[in-house]
Design a protein around this ligand. Structure first.
Ligand code: ASP
Length: 431
Protein backbone atom coordinates (compact mmCIF):
# COMPACT_ATOMS: atom_id res chain seq x y z
CA UNK A 1 0.00 0.00 0.00
CA UNK A 2 1.46 3.35 -0.90
CA UNK A 3 0.95 5.85 1.86
CA UNK A 4 -0.02 9.47 1.49
CA UNK A 5 2.85 11.89 1.80
CA UNK A 6 2.42 13.76 5.05
CA UNK A 7 2.63 17.53 5.04
CA UNK A 8 5.78 17.78 7.13
CA UNK A 9 6.05 21.52 6.79
CA UNK A 10 8.99 23.63 5.74
CA UNK A 11 12.09 21.51 6.34
CA UNK A 12 14.20 24.51 7.28
CA UNK A 13 11.95 25.95 9.99
CA UNK A 14 12.33 24.49 13.51
CA UNK A 15 8.70 23.35 13.34
CA UNK A 16 9.33 21.65 10.02
CA UNK A 17 12.43 19.94 11.37
CA UNK A 18 10.53 18.72 14.43
CA UNK A 19 7.73 17.36 12.24
CA UNK A 20 10.30 15.62 10.04
CA UNK A 21 11.99 14.07 13.04
CA UNK A 22 8.62 12.93 14.42
CA UNK A 23 7.21 11.45 11.23
CA UNK A 24 10.61 10.12 10.18
CA UNK A 25 10.81 7.98 13.35
CA UNK A 26 9.19 4.53 13.00
CA UNK A 27 5.78 4.39 14.65
CA UNK A 28 6.72 1.61 17.10
CA UNK A 29 9.52 3.77 18.47
CA UNK A 30 7.18 6.72 18.89
CA UNK A 31 4.67 4.48 20.67
CA UNK A 32 7.38 3.13 22.98
CA UNK A 33 8.42 6.70 23.69
CA UNK A 34 4.79 7.47 24.60
CA UNK A 35 4.80 4.44 26.89
CA UNK A 36 7.99 5.45 28.70
CA UNK A 37 6.99 9.11 29.06
CA UNK A 38 3.49 8.06 30.17
CA UNK A 39 4.90 5.81 32.90
CA UNK A 40 7.16 8.60 34.17
CA UNK A 41 4.37 11.18 34.02
CA UNK A 42 1.97 8.88 35.89
CA UNK A 43 4.52 8.30 38.64
CA UNK A 44 5.11 12.04 38.99
CA UNK A 45 1.46 13.14 38.80
CA UNK A 46 -0.05 10.33 40.88
CA UNK A 47 -3.87 10.50 41.09
CA UNK A 48 -3.86 13.76 39.10
CA UNK A 49 -2.94 11.69 36.01
CA UNK A 50 -6.64 10.84 35.77
CA UNK A 51 -7.04 14.21 34.02
CA UNK A 52 -5.05 12.83 31.09
CA UNK A 53 -7.25 9.79 30.64
CA UNK A 54 -9.55 11.45 28.12
CA UNK A 55 -6.70 11.51 25.58
CA UNK A 56 -6.43 7.74 25.91
CA UNK A 57 -10.21 7.40 25.67
CA UNK A 58 -10.25 9.38 22.42
CA UNK A 59 -7.69 6.99 20.96
CA UNK A 60 -9.49 3.85 22.18
CA UNK A 61 -12.85 5.09 20.88
CA UNK A 62 -11.38 5.92 17.49
CA UNK A 63 -9.80 2.52 17.15
CA UNK A 64 -12.81 0.62 18.48
CA UNK A 65 -14.98 2.56 16.04
CA UNK A 66 -13.13 0.76 13.26
CA UNK A 67 -13.54 -2.80 14.50
CA UNK A 68 -16.99 -3.71 13.15
CA UNK A 69 -16.67 -2.14 9.68
CA UNK A 70 -13.09 -3.41 9.36
CA UNK A 71 -14.02 -6.98 10.30
CA UNK A 72 -17.05 -6.96 8.03
CA UNK A 73 -15.42 -5.66 4.86
CA UNK A 74 -12.08 -7.44 5.28
CA UNK A 75 -13.65 -10.83 6.04
CA UNK A 76 -15.88 -10.55 2.95
CA UNK A 77 -12.92 -9.42 0.83
CA UNK A 78 -10.64 -12.09 2.35
CA UNK A 79 -13.04 -14.96 1.66
CA UNK A 80 -13.84 -13.64 -1.81
CA UNK A 81 -10.09 -13.54 -2.54
CA UNK A 82 -9.71 -17.28 -1.93
CA UNK A 83 -9.49 -18.88 -5.33
CA UNK A 84 -11.17 -22.04 -4.12
CA UNK A 85 -13.93 -22.28 -1.46
CA UNK A 86 -12.36 -25.54 -0.20
CA UNK A 87 -9.31 -23.55 0.94
CA UNK A 88 -11.53 -21.69 3.37
CA UNK A 89 -12.18 -24.99 5.13
CA UNK A 90 -8.48 -25.81 5.38
CA UNK A 91 -7.60 -22.32 6.65
CA UNK A 92 -10.49 -22.45 9.13
CA UNK A 93 -9.68 -25.91 10.49
CA UNK A 94 -5.98 -25.22 10.90
CA UNK A 95 -6.72 -21.91 12.59
CA UNK A 96 -9.25 -23.28 15.07
CA UNK A 97 -7.04 -26.29 15.86
CA UNK A 98 -4.03 -24.08 16.60
CA UNK A 99 -6.05 -21.60 18.66
CA UNK A 100 -7.57 -24.35 20.74
CA UNK A 101 -4.24 -26.15 21.35
CA UNK A 102 -2.50 -22.91 22.35
CA UNK A 103 -5.21 -22.09 24.88
CA UNK A 104 -4.91 -25.54 26.44
CA UNK A 105 -1.15 -25.02 26.76
CA UNK A 106 -1.74 -21.57 28.28
CA UNK A 107 -4.20 -22.82 30.88
CA UNK A 108 -1.85 -25.71 31.78
CA UNK A 109 0.91 -23.14 32.19
CA UNK A 110 -1.32 -21.04 34.48
CA UNK A 111 -2.17 -24.08 36.60
CA UNK A 112 1.48 -25.14 36.84
CA UNK A 113 2.67 -21.69 37.87
CA UNK A 114 -0.18 -21.44 40.38
CA UNK A 115 0.70 -24.83 41.89
CA UNK A 116 4.41 -23.97 42.08
CA UNK A 117 4.33 -20.36 43.29
CA UNK A 118 1.13 -20.70 45.39
CA UNK A 119 0.02 -17.05 45.06
CA UNK A 120 -3.12 -17.64 47.14
CA UNK A 121 -1.37 -18.77 50.31
CA UNK A 122 -1.81 -16.32 53.18
CA UNK A 123 -4.30 -14.11 51.30
CA UNK A 124 -6.96 -12.78 53.67
CA UNK A 125 -10.36 -11.93 52.22
CA UNK A 126 -11.90 -10.33 55.33
CA UNK A 127 -13.11 -6.84 54.52
CA UNK A 128 -13.36 -7.52 50.77
CA UNK A 129 -16.66 -6.39 49.26
CA UNK A 130 -18.02 -9.04 46.89
CA UNK A 131 -18.55 -8.09 43.26
CA UNK A 132 -21.63 -9.06 41.25
CA UNK A 133 -20.84 -11.62 38.55
CA UNK A 134 -21.85 -11.82 34.94
CA UNK A 135 -24.35 -14.48 33.88
CA UNK A 136 -22.26 -17.06 32.06
CA UNK A 137 -23.87 -17.97 28.72
CA UNK A 138 -24.36 -21.65 28.02
CA UNK A 139 -22.23 -23.16 25.26
CA UNK A 140 -25.23 -24.01 23.09
CA UNK A 141 -26.50 -20.44 23.41
CA UNK A 142 -23.08 -19.06 22.40
CA UNK A 143 -22.92 -21.37 19.39
CA UNK A 144 -26.47 -20.58 18.28
CA UNK A 145 -25.75 -16.87 18.69
CA UNK A 146 -23.15 -17.14 15.91
CA UNK A 147 -26.03 -17.23 13.43
CA UNK A 148 -27.51 -13.74 13.52
CA UNK A 149 -31.27 -13.42 13.40
CA UNK A 150 -30.71 -10.05 11.82
CA UNK A 151 -27.26 -9.26 10.37
CA UNK A 152 -27.86 -5.52 10.60
CA UNK A 153 -28.65 -5.85 14.31
CA UNK A 154 -25.48 -7.94 14.74
CA UNK A 155 -23.46 -5.21 13.04
CA UNK A 156 -25.09 -2.54 15.18
CA UNK A 157 -24.50 -4.52 18.37
CA UNK A 158 -20.89 -5.24 17.42
CA UNK A 159 -21.52 -8.98 17.77
CA UNK A 160 -18.27 -10.01 16.11
CA UNK A 161 -18.83 -13.77 15.71
CA UNK A 162 -22.22 -13.17 14.11
CA UNK A 163 -20.70 -10.48 11.86
CA UNK A 164 -17.94 -12.90 10.80
CA UNK A 165 -20.53 -15.61 10.05
CA UNK A 166 -22.54 -13.30 7.82
CA UNK A 167 -19.42 -11.89 6.14
CA UNK A 168 -18.09 -15.39 5.38
CA UNK A 169 -21.40 -16.26 3.71
CA UNK A 170 -21.32 -13.11 1.58
CA UNK A 171 -17.71 -13.92 0.64
CA UNK A 172 -18.66 -17.47 -0.37
CA UNK A 173 -21.59 -16.06 -2.31
CA UNK A 174 -19.31 -13.71 -4.25
CA UNK A 175 -16.84 -16.52 -4.84
CA UNK A 176 -19.41 -18.92 -6.21
CA UNK A 177 -21.38 -16.38 -8.28
CA UNK A 178 -18.15 -15.47 -10.09
CA UNK A 179 -18.06 -12.89 -12.90
CA UNK A 180 -21.47 -11.37 -12.15
CA UNK A 181 -20.38 -10.52 -8.57
CA UNK A 182 -17.03 -9.05 -9.65
CA UNK A 183 -18.14 -5.41 -9.05
CA UNK A 184 -19.22 -6.30 -5.52
CA UNK A 185 -15.87 -8.00 -4.89
CA UNK A 186 -14.03 -4.93 -6.18
CA UNK A 187 -16.23 -2.75 -3.93
CA UNK A 188 -15.33 -4.76 -0.83
CA UNK A 189 -11.63 -4.75 -1.80
CA UNK A 190 -11.75 -0.97 -2.11
CA UNK A 191 -13.67 -0.61 1.17
CA UNK A 192 -11.03 -2.79 2.87
CA UNK A 193 -8.24 -0.58 1.54
CA UNK A 194 -10.08 2.52 2.77
CA UNK A 195 -10.57 1.03 6.23
CA UNK A 196 -6.88 0.14 6.47
CA UNK A 197 -6.02 3.70 5.50
CA UNK A 198 -8.18 5.01 8.35
CA UNK A 199 -6.35 2.62 10.70
CA UNK A 200 -3.13 4.20 9.49
CA UNK A 201 -4.45 7.67 10.35
CA UNK A 202 -5.72 6.64 13.76
CA UNK A 203 -2.46 4.87 14.60
CA UNK A 204 -0.65 8.18 14.21
CA UNK A 205 -2.43 9.11 17.45
CA UNK A 206 -1.24 5.94 19.20
CA UNK A 207 1.84 7.50 20.85
CA UNK A 208 -0.39 10.11 22.54
CA UNK A 209 -3.12 7.62 23.44
CA UNK A 210 -0.62 5.16 24.88
CA UNK A 211 1.08 7.97 26.79
CA UNK A 212 -2.19 8.99 28.43
CA UNK A 213 -3.40 5.46 29.19
CA UNK A 214 -0.13 4.43 30.82
CA UNK A 215 0.08 7.70 32.79
CA UNK A 216 -3.45 7.06 34.06
CA UNK A 217 -2.72 3.44 35.10
CA UNK A 218 0.60 4.34 36.71
CA UNK A 219 -0.86 7.35 38.47
CA UNK A 220 -3.97 5.66 39.79
CA UNK A 221 -2.93 2.05 40.47
CA UNK A 222 0.84 2.47 40.18
CA UNK A 223 3.44 -0.06 41.25
CA UNK A 224 1.90 -0.03 44.75
CA UNK A 225 -1.06 -1.95 43.35
CA UNK A 226 1.20 -4.87 42.72
CA UNK A 227 2.25 -5.27 46.35
CA UNK A 228 -0.93 -6.96 47.59
CA UNK A 229 -1.07 -9.28 44.61
CA UNK A 230 2.67 -9.46 44.14
CA UNK A 231 2.96 -13.22 43.76
CA UNK A 232 -0.05 -13.37 41.45
CA UNK A 233 1.40 -10.51 39.39
CA UNK A 234 4.74 -12.33 39.11
CA UNK A 235 2.94 -15.48 37.93
CA UNK A 236 0.92 -13.56 35.31
CA UNK A 237 4.06 -11.80 34.07
CA UNK A 238 6.14 -14.97 33.99
CA UNK A 239 3.36 -16.94 32.33
CA UNK A 240 2.77 -14.22 29.72
CA UNK A 241 6.49 -14.12 28.93
CA UNK A 242 6.73 -17.91 28.60
CA UNK A 243 3.57 -18.12 26.48
CA UNK A 244 4.62 -15.26 24.22
CA UNK A 245 8.32 -15.89 23.83
CA UNK A 246 8.55 -19.67 24.10
CA UNK A 247 5.16 -21.08 23.07
CA UNK A 248 4.38 -18.57 20.33
CA UNK A 249 8.07 -18.56 19.43
CA UNK A 250 7.79 -22.35 18.94
CA UNK A 251 4.74 -21.89 16.68
CA UNK A 252 6.86 -19.64 14.48
CA UNK A 253 10.07 -21.66 14.63
CA UNK A 254 8.72 -25.21 14.52
CA UNK A 255 5.39 -24.93 12.73
CA UNK A 256 5.81 -21.91 10.45
CA UNK A 257 9.59 -22.45 10.15
CA UNK A 258 10.39 -18.75 10.14
CA UNK A 259 12.84 -16.83 12.34
CA UNK A 260 11.32 -15.49 15.52
CA UNK A 261 13.00 -12.10 16.02
CA UNK A 262 11.51 -10.33 12.97
CA UNK A 263 8.07 -11.33 14.29
CA UNK A 264 8.44 -9.37 17.51
CA UNK A 265 9.95 -6.39 15.71
CA UNK A 266 7.14 -6.44 13.13
CA UNK A 267 4.32 -6.64 15.67
CA UNK A 268 5.70 -4.17 18.24
CA UNK A 269 2.91 -1.62 17.53
CA UNK A 270 0.23 -4.20 18.18
CA UNK A 271 1.86 -5.41 21.39
CA UNK A 272 2.09 -1.92 22.83
CA UNK A 273 -1.51 -1.11 21.89
CA UNK A 274 -2.69 -4.39 23.48
CA UNK A 275 -0.71 -3.59 26.62
CA UNK A 276 -1.94 -0.04 26.99
CA UNK A 277 -5.59 -0.56 26.05
CA UNK A 278 -6.07 -4.01 27.71
CA UNK A 279 -8.42 -4.81 24.90
CA UNK A 280 -7.78 -7.29 22.11
CA UNK A 281 -10.70 -5.90 20.19
CA UNK A 282 -9.18 -2.40 20.23
CA UNK A 283 -5.95 -4.03 19.02
CA UNK A 284 -7.56 -5.81 16.05
CA UNK A 285 -7.23 -2.94 13.56
CA UNK A 286 -3.52 -2.50 14.25
CA UNK A 287 -3.02 -6.28 14.30
CA UNK A 288 -4.54 -6.50 10.81
CA UNK A 289 -2.26 -3.74 9.68
CA UNK A 290 1.01 -5.15 11.05
CA UNK A 291 0.14 -8.65 9.80
CA UNK A 292 -0.24 -7.42 6.25
CA UNK A 293 2.17 -4.51 6.03
CA UNK A 294 5.02 -5.60 8.28
CA UNK A 295 4.84 -9.38 8.11
CA UNK A 296 3.56 -9.98 4.58
CA UNK A 297 0.58 -12.14 5.59
CA UNK A 298 -1.84 -12.08 2.65
CA UNK A 299 -5.03 -10.05 3.21
CA UNK A 300 -7.07 -13.21 2.66
CA UNK A 301 -5.38 -15.10 5.51
CA UNK A 302 -5.09 -12.07 7.83
CA UNK A 303 -8.77 -11.29 7.50
CA UNK A 304 -9.83 -14.89 8.00
CA UNK A 305 -7.52 -15.67 10.95
CA UNK A 306 -7.27 -12.48 13.02
CA UNK A 307 -10.93 -11.49 13.61
CA UNK A 308 -11.72 -15.07 14.67
CA UNK A 309 -8.67 -15.03 16.93
CA UNK A 310 -9.66 -11.81 18.58
CA UNK A 311 -12.95 -13.28 19.70
CA UNK A 312 -12.02 -16.91 20.29
CA UNK A 313 -8.34 -17.23 21.01
CA UNK A 314 -7.18 -15.80 24.33
CA UNK A 315 -4.03 -17.40 25.63
CA UNK A 316 -3.37 -14.74 28.25
CA UNK A 317 -6.93 -15.05 29.52
CA UNK A 318 -6.73 -18.87 29.67
CA UNK A 319 -3.46 -18.54 31.57
CA UNK A 320 -4.96 -16.02 33.98
CA UNK A 321 -8.19 -17.87 34.61
CA UNK A 322 -6.24 -21.11 35.23
CA UNK A 323 -3.99 -19.24 37.61
CA UNK A 324 -6.96 -17.71 39.43
CA UNK A 325 -8.49 -21.15 39.84
CA UNK A 326 -5.42 -22.38 41.75
CA UNK A 327 -5.25 -19.04 43.57
CA UNK A 328 -8.87 -19.41 44.73
CA UNK A 329 -8.36 -23.05 45.71
CA UNK A 330 -5.42 -21.95 47.88
CA UNK A 331 -7.37 -19.06 49.43
CA UNK A 332 -10.27 -21.34 50.39
CA UNK A 333 -8.12 -24.34 51.24
CA UNK A 334 -9.51 -26.63 48.50
CA UNK A 335 -7.18 -29.54 47.66
CA UNK A 336 -6.91 -30.09 43.90
CA UNK A 337 -6.48 -33.57 42.41
CA UNK A 338 -5.17 -34.33 38.91
CA UNK A 339 -8.75 -34.76 37.66
CA UNK A 340 -9.58 -31.25 38.95
CA UNK A 341 -6.64 -29.79 37.03
CA UNK A 342 -7.80 -31.47 33.81
CA UNK A 343 -11.39 -30.30 34.32
CA UNK A 344 -10.18 -26.74 35.03
CA UNK A 345 -8.09 -26.82 31.83
CA UNK A 346 -11.08 -27.83 29.73
CA UNK A 347 -13.46 -25.30 31.28
CA UNK A 348 -10.85 -22.54 31.30
CA UNK A 349 -10.32 -22.96 27.57
CA UNK A 350 -14.05 -22.73 26.92
CA UNK A 351 -14.40 -19.71 29.21
CA UNK A 352 -11.47 -17.97 27.51
CA UNK A 353 -13.15 -18.56 24.14
CA UNK A 354 -16.33 -16.95 25.45
CA UNK A 355 -14.58 -13.96 27.02
CA UNK A 356 -15.34 -10.61 25.42
CA UNK A 357 -12.15 -8.96 24.12
CA UNK A 358 -12.46 -5.95 26.42
CA UNK A 359 -10.81 -4.91 29.70
CA UNK A 360 -11.37 -7.14 32.76
CA UNK A 361 -13.86 -9.33 30.90
CA UNK A 362 -12.44 -12.66 32.04
CA UNK A 363 -12.67 -11.82 35.71
CA UNK A 364 -16.45 -11.84 35.57
CA UNK A 365 -16.58 -15.29 33.99
CA UNK A 366 -14.62 -16.87 36.79
CA UNK A 367 -17.73 -18.44 38.34
CA UNK A 368 -17.91 -21.10 35.62
CA UNK A 369 -14.36 -22.25 36.38
CA UNK A 370 -14.57 -22.04 40.14
CA UNK A 371 -17.79 -24.08 40.21
CA UNK A 372 -15.67 -26.97 38.83
CA UNK A 373 -13.73 -27.05 42.10
CA UNK A 374 -16.83 -26.68 44.24
CA UNK A 375 -16.68 -22.93 44.98
CA UNK A 376 -20.03 -21.17 44.89
CA UNK A 377 -21.08 -17.74 43.56
CA UNK A 378 -20.52 -16.02 46.95
CA UNK A 379 -16.93 -17.22 47.15
CA UNK A 380 -16.33 -16.27 43.51
CA UNK A 381 -17.75 -12.79 44.16
CA UNK A 382 -15.26 -12.39 47.01
CA UNK A 383 -12.33 -13.40 44.80
CA UNK A 384 -13.48 -10.98 42.09
CA UNK A 385 -13.92 -8.23 44.71
CA UNK A 386 -10.38 -8.85 45.91
CA UNK A 387 -8.74 -8.90 42.46
CA UNK A 388 -10.74 -6.18 40.69
CA UNK A 389 -8.89 -3.16 42.12
CA UNK A 390 -5.59 -4.64 40.89
CA UNK A 391 -6.89 -6.13 37.69
CA UNK A 392 -5.86 -3.41 35.27
CA UNK A 393 -2.09 -4.04 35.34
CA UNK A 394 -2.71 -7.80 35.23
CA UNK A 395 -5.13 -7.29 32.34
CA UNK A 396 -2.53 -5.27 30.43
CA UNK A 397 -0.06 -8.12 30.77
CA UNK A 398 -2.48 -10.90 29.77
CA UNK A 399 -3.87 -9.02 26.77
CA UNK A 400 -0.43 -9.13 25.09
CA UNK A 401 -0.34 -12.95 24.68
CA UNK A 402 -4.01 -12.77 23.65
CA UNK A 403 -2.81 -10.80 20.62
CA UNK A 404 0.53 -12.50 19.95
CA UNK A 405 -1.25 -15.86 19.73
CA UNK A 406 -3.50 -14.53 16.94
CA UNK A 407 -0.55 -13.05 15.08
CA UNK A 408 1.68 -16.13 15.40
CA UNK A 409 -1.15 -18.35 14.18
CA UNK A 410 -1.74 -15.96 11.26
CA UNK A 411 1.93 -16.36 10.27
CA UNK A 412 1.81 -20.17 10.61
CA UNK A 413 -1.40 -20.51 8.59
CA UNK A 414 -0.15 -18.06 5.95
CA UNK A 415 3.09 -20.02 5.66
CA UNK A 416 1.29 -23.36 5.25
CA UNK A 417 -1.03 -21.87 2.66
CA UNK A 418 1.86 -20.30 0.73
CA UNK A 419 0.49 -16.84 1.58
CA UNK A 420 3.40 -15.35 3.55
CA UNK A 421 5.69 -12.93 1.74
CA UNK A 422 9.02 -13.84 3.32
CA UNK A 423 10.76 -10.74 2.01
CA UNK A 424 8.32 -8.46 3.83
CA UNK A 425 8.43 -10.66 6.92
CA UNK A 426 12.19 -10.43 7.20
CA UNK A 427 12.51 -6.75 6.26
CA UNK A 428 12.33 -3.97 8.85
CA UNK A 429 8.89 -2.30 9.05
CA UNK A 430 8.89 0.64 6.69
CA UNK A 431 7.36 3.24 8.93
N1 ASP B 1 -8.73 -7.83 28.42
C1 ASP B 1 -8.65 -9.11 27.76
C2 ASP B 1 -8.66 -8.89 26.26
O1 ASP B 1 -9.22 -7.92 25.79
C3 ASP B 1 -9.75 -10.04 28.16
C4 ASP B 1 -9.57 -10.45 29.61
O2 ASP B 1 -8.80 -11.40 29.86
O3 ASP B 1 -10.18 -9.87 30.49
O4 ASP B 1 -8.10 -9.67 25.55
Amino acid sequence: MSLPSMPHGDRRSPRGRLANLWFGTPLWRRILLGLALGAATGLILGEAAVDLKWIGDVFVRLIRMLVVPLVFVTVVAGVAAMSDPARLGSVGLRTIFLYFSLMLVASALGLTLGALVQPGLGVDLTGVSPQPLAEAQGLSETLLGIIPLNPVAALAAGDILAVIFFAVLIGIGILTVGEEAAPLKAGFDAAGAVMMRIVYFVMELAPFGVFALIAWVMGTSGPAAFVSVFKLGVCVLLGALIQTLIVHGAVLRLLARVPVLPFFRDIADAMVVAFSTSSSSATLPVAMRVAQKNMGVSPAVASAVLPIGVTLSMDGTALYVGLLATFSAQVFGVQLAMADYLAIMAVTTLVAMGTAPVPSASLFLLAAVLSVIGLGPEQTALIVGFILPFDRPLDMIRTVPNCTSDLSVAVAVARWEGELDMETYLAKPVE
